[in-house]
Design a protein around this ligand. Structure first.
Ligand code: NAD
Length: 491
């Protein structure tokens, strides 16, 4: 008989059981089940619930019932539960890492890193909430005002398929810490780790209704959540097109939203860059989770004097990249769906049709039946092309030579996105000046610490969205200030 451990360790086995809705602290049988495919094999991995609008409404009701008591708790009590949840995530880390790997396709090392980061989010928000204090405003001897932080009430969280564990944890970690009750909608493509977090939260002793998880599709479950009158704040991570629909739905009700919508992030490699230091980081930042990372550095803007040498170094790294099933821990696993695989192939074909040459490409071994896309390096990509401007969300890197720092900055800014960027140059004045001139949410110098930084405020400009996740900043996002004025004139 197949055990759960067998299933977790085998690319050929489905995961035990069905993954129901998690509403009001209980597993709820859904109206609709859908197949969750294993990207490594294309076979059915698990059967998961796909919530209807009614079921999303039930989850919102459960959260609404739980919200006042949760908000009224001492912050230490909420923080302590979050830290207990972090402990349980660490206890089950290997199981969760294998679930995340099988559900999303990413290499096991990356699955493990994601679960470690998820535990850190719960720990971080469980800890910093205790020091998240309000303020007083001096108004002379006749009055004083206090400013404190109030939760929004019930918050809605729309989670994409690329980093479900990390994105769920960072988003609900902050929202719960400040006293919101949450309704989380993971994508049916990869909902399993988020559902496991809800089970662990129950074990930790979270009150019923504080964490409700309703996997579902965008047009039905996502739309029902974001349009619901009792959702006081929405955090959304995903595509620009869906993000705009969400923003419209939330604005129609006059409520706030946070949008994290991806990017076309640039590595700006100036004269004086240390290429031996830069090349491996650039390759890794792109190949991580097969390029399906919103912060993936997908464009390299390089000074012409370093262009050939950098392309050569990147080519070696791309050709050496191994492609395989996530549990076998290659450099690059499959992309998440057949649709994503076709999307990536389309970008590569159109770039070649436009006359761009592939400088290096990794080999996909025979015998892999899942959704694989070969890591591909284009060494000379003109500005104005689709590959220069559009987010591929696959393992495709575009290198573009320029002739000056000014041209490099202009090229880096020549995008509708503004998520992250990195500047590479050993002349620190020049590197800092360039980094500070870039219109992005996170700029880095001689490194690429994007994404993973639990304590680093994260979000975009331009089409990459607005609002900030991560860090203490997210506690402000998931709360609102309330001013309390006390008139002492007659005292
Ligand atoms: P998507 O935007 O459709 O899906 C992301 C999430 O939004 C999912 O949970 C989905 O169910 C939900 N959603 C979709 N439409 C919705 C709606 N109308 N209302 C509420 N929720 C809705 O993204 P996708 O189709 O899965 O991927 C397409 C592209 O999006 C990718 O190629 C990539 O460019 C981008 N993407 C970006 C990120 C990121 O981290 N920023 C993550 C995933 C996808």
């Amino acid at each position: 008989m197949l055990t759960e451990t067998d299933a977790l360790n085998s690319h050929d086995a489905t995961l035990d059981g069905e993954f129901a809705l998690d509403i009001g602290g209980e597993l709820v049988e859904p109206t609709t089940w859908v197949d969750d495919l294993d990207p490594a094999t294309g076979a059915v991995l698990a059967r998961v619930a796909s919530a209807t609008a009614q079921e999303v409404g039930d989850a919102v009701e459960a959260a609404k019932a739980a919200a006042p008591a949760w908000a009224a708790l001492h912050p230490t009590a909420r923080g302590s539960l979050l830290r207990d949840l972090a402990r349980l995530v660490r206890r089950d880390a290997e199981q969760l890492a294998r679930i995340e790997t099988r559900d999303t396709g990413k290499p096991l090392t990356q699955g493990r890193a994601d679960i470690a980061a998820a535990a850190r989010y719960f720990d971080f928000y469980g800890s910093v909430i205790e020091g998240f204090q309000g303020d007083t405003v001096p108004l002379g001897s006749a009055a004083i005002a206090m400013v404190d932080h109030e939760p929004h009430g019930v918050t809605g969280h729309v989670i994409p398929w690329n980093y479900p564990a990390q994105i769920s944890a960072r988003s609900i970690g902050a929202a719960l810490a400040v006293g919101n009750a949450t309704v989380v909608k993971p994508d049916v493509v990869a909902p399993l780790s988020t559902l496991h977090f809800a089970r662990l939260a129950r074990e930790a002793g979270f009150p019923a209704g504080t964490i409700n998880v309703v996997p579902g599709d965008g047009p039905t479950a996502g739309a029902a959540l974001t349009a619901h009158d009792d959702i006081a704040h929405v955090s959304f991570t995903g595509s620009v097109a869906s993000g705009r629909l969400v923003a419209e739905a939330v604005a129609r009700r006059g409520r706030p939203a946070l949008l994290e919508l991806g990017g076309k992030s640039a590595h700006v490699v100036l004269e004086g860059a240390d290429l031996d230091r830069a090349a491996p980081v650039i390759a890794r930042a792109l190949l991580l989770h097969a390029g399906q990372t919103c912060t993936a550095g997908t464009r390299v803007i390089v000074h012409r004097s370093l262009h050939a040498a950098l392309v050569d170094k990147l080519a070696v790294l791309f050709e050496a990249a191994t492609v395989g099933r996530g549990l076998d821990d290659p450099t690059v696993g499959p992309v998440v769906t057949r649709r994503q695989q076709e999307r990536v192939a389309g970008f590569v074909e159109r770039a070649q049709a436009e006359g761009m040459a592939i400088a290096a490409q990794a080999t996909i071994p025979d015998g892999l039946d899942g959704f694989y896309a070969a890591p591909t390096l284009f060494g000379d990509v003109p500005q104005g092309t689709e590959l220069f401007g559009e987010e591929v969300f696959g393992p495709v890197l575009a290198v573009t030579p320029v002739d000056s720092d000014e041209e490099a900055i202009a090229a880096a800014e020549n995008t509708r996105y503004g998520l992250t960027a990195a500047v590479w140059c050993q002349d620190i004045d020049r590197a800092l000046k360039t980094a500070r001139s870039l219109n992005v949410g996170q700029a880095m110098v001689n490194g690429y610490a994007a994404g993973g930084g639990v304590e680093l405020p994260f979000g975009g400009t331009k089409d990459s969205g607005y609002g900030r996740e991560k860090g203490v900043e997210a506690l402000r996002e998931y709360s609102r200030t309330r001013m309390l004025f006390i008139d002492l004139a007659g005292a």
